[in-house]
Write a protein of this length. Sequence first.
Length: 229
Amino acid sequence: MALFHDDKDRYRYCEILDKTKRKYGFALYAYCLMDNHVHLLVKEEKSPISVVMKSIGVRYSMYFNNKYGRVGHLFQNRFRSQAINSEHHLLTCARYIHNNPLKAGITTKPEDYSWTSLPTYLGKRQEPFLDQALLLGVHGSPRELKQFTDTDNEDSFMDFGEDSDEEEGVSGAIEDYLREQFGLKTRDLGFLTKESRDAVIALLKSNFNVSERELAEILNLSKDKIHRA
């Protein structure tokens, strides 16, 4: 399923990426937005990567569902991640990300594809949310980064190990949703009328991949109230 139908969707994802970065604090070294998936090269700093990805996914799903009149989950599976354990690994991962559009046959020159971080590294635009110092420091210059990117390679980062902590970050994402959409905190739901509370719970059920038991614990409500909503 396509995650992005037009450039407005891609702009919105980048805005969410920027906003989430400022809130949770992480380093972003490279990215690529394809039609049905995204690659991000990030470094955990203030918050676990699971919290970061959950927030990005929830925010974008809310935008996408509202724009296209759909409900339910947008991302079928949780994100997959692979640890970077050496400088060479870092450089080849960035090259793999920047070459995704080329290997997919979308472009003949990776720098011509607008929705990766490569054009920013080459000085074609400004993106304050991209942390360029590390890769440019290792390569020495944008020109050398470009030469490395264009080197024939068989880079592959498909053998991902999945993060097993599936529930981490759900509570914070729900709190963000309640605050941004309704100006509420989780503890406020118990003081709403039944009709209003049920309407909010129904939206949470449709927008979050969480069980009724987990939702009851997060909202401090009985499982029966969650089930009947």
